[in-house]
Design a protein around this ligand. Structure first.
Ligand SMILES: CC(C)(COP(=O)(O)OP(=O)(O)OC[C@H]1O[C@@H](n2cnc3c(N)ncnc32)[C@H](O)[C@@H]1OP(=O)(O)O)[C@@H](O)C(=O)NCCC(=O)NCCS
Length: 213
């Protein structure tokens, strides 16, 4: 009965050209906001080690899909996830002494990470004093609550402690939110590259932060 009642209300809203979910959607949105800000105090950042590759692959694939479904073609998203977010890709970084990954967890559930590694960017002046923020990903429900900033700060502190001169990164030129996020943290555009996502060649911005100790 309740279901039929709700169904009729939704149909009336559709006929009127309104959002069929009406107040329920607003309730869902506020629930999402509560989740966003309530849980973050319980989030823990820790350095990854061997055995974390499956969790990293899971977050990478989930966040890539959440972020780019409807923006990039589905087949390219799937190809990209299968190759670039494979468990073995993360296992390789975990084995590499020049790479460091930090994971964010809530009640031991993985929700985000940042990968810092040797730069693989087409800049002419790359030196041993540079590191690249290769990936930073947070599940959508936990974005916008300061955790991205905390992860970037973790990477910056590590870089400073290792006498790194510059932090570099590549970001999809249409990912305006991420570009704004990096801009807020002091990163500036210094170049461009093309980046393959599945079968699609995408334009990326290269951004740089010069570190002062
Ligand atoms: C990019 C990402 C890591 C940012 O993390 P976050 O926790 O959402 O960001 P924060 O809450 O720490 O925000 C830090 C600052 O960036 C700004 N910012 C963050 N997200 C933003 C957005 N979507 N639009 C505009 N500004 C944004 C905030 O205003 C904030 O500045 P303030 O502290 O002065 O208010 C996260 O949104 C994410 O994982 N996105 C999907 C994956 C992705 O695009 N990764 C980058 C690929 S290169």
């Amino acid at each position: 009965m309740l279901f039929i009642g709700r169904f009729s209300i939704r149909m009336i809203r559709v006929i009127r050209g309104q959002n069929p979910w009406g107040g329920e959607q607003r309730a869902l949105d506020s629930c999402k906001l509560i989740c966003k800000f309530h849980n973050m105090s319980e989030a823990v950042i820790r350095k990854c080690g061997p055995g974390d590759e499956a969790a990293l692959s899971l977050i990478g694939q989930a966040t890539f899909l959440e972020s780019f479904a409807g923006i990039l073609p589905g087949k390219d998203i799937l190809l990209h996830c299968a190759k670039q977010h494979a468990v073995e890709k993360y296992a390789g970084w975990l084995r590499d002494p020049a790479s460091t990954i930090w994971l964010v967890e809530i009640e031991q559930a993985p929700i985000g990470y940042v990968v810092l590694t040797t730069p693989d960017l087409p800049l002419t002046d790359i030196s041993p004093g540079d590191l690249e923020i290769k990936r930073i990903y947070l599940l959508h429900r936990f974005q916008g609550a300061g955790m991205g900033r905390r992860l970037m700060e973790q990477a910056r502190s590590h870089a400073l402690a290792h006498l790194v001169r510059r932090l570099l990164l590549g970001v999809y030129a249409q990912n305006h939110e991420a570009i704004h996020f990096y801009g807020k943290l002091g990163y500036r555009a210094v170049g461009q590259r093309q980046f393959q996502i599945g079968e699609k060649l995408c334009d990326d911005l290269i951004m740089r932060l010069t570190l002062e100790s």
